[in-house]
Design a protein around this ligand. Structure first.
Ligand SMILES: [Ca+2]
Ligand SMILES: [Ca+2]
Length: 89
């Protein structure tokens, strides 16, 4: 999957939301779709830092080798969604 994400980044110079936030409880990141706690993570060093007390949504950060960062949820960004894989006979 990471190769596909890297190809997406080459097409544009932007970040991508991954669908996790700590809006419910500061410091506890959960997946928006399921509400489940984020188990695996790939935070960039010193992240999440909740900078200025305004960063609650996780994104893939190109400048840090596609590792995770928290930033304000109101920032404009691309997004990545999960979907079921196609089934083949
Ligand atoms: Ca936060
Ligand atoms: Ca941050």
């Amino acid at each position: 999957m990471i190769q596909r994400v890297k190809r997406m980044f080459k097409k544009g110079d932007r970040s991508y939301w991954i669908g996790a936030s700590d809006l419910q409880h500061e410091g506890t990141f959960r997946w928006e779709g399921t509400g489940q706690k984020v188990k695996f993570n790939d935070w960039s060093s010193h992240q999440p830092d909740n900078y200025r007390g305004r960063e609650d949504c996780a994104h893939l950060w190109k400048k840090r080798g596609y590792r995770w960062n928290d930033m304000p949820c109101t920032s404009k960004s691309g997004y990545i969604c999960q979907r079921k894989a196609k089934e083949y006979d």
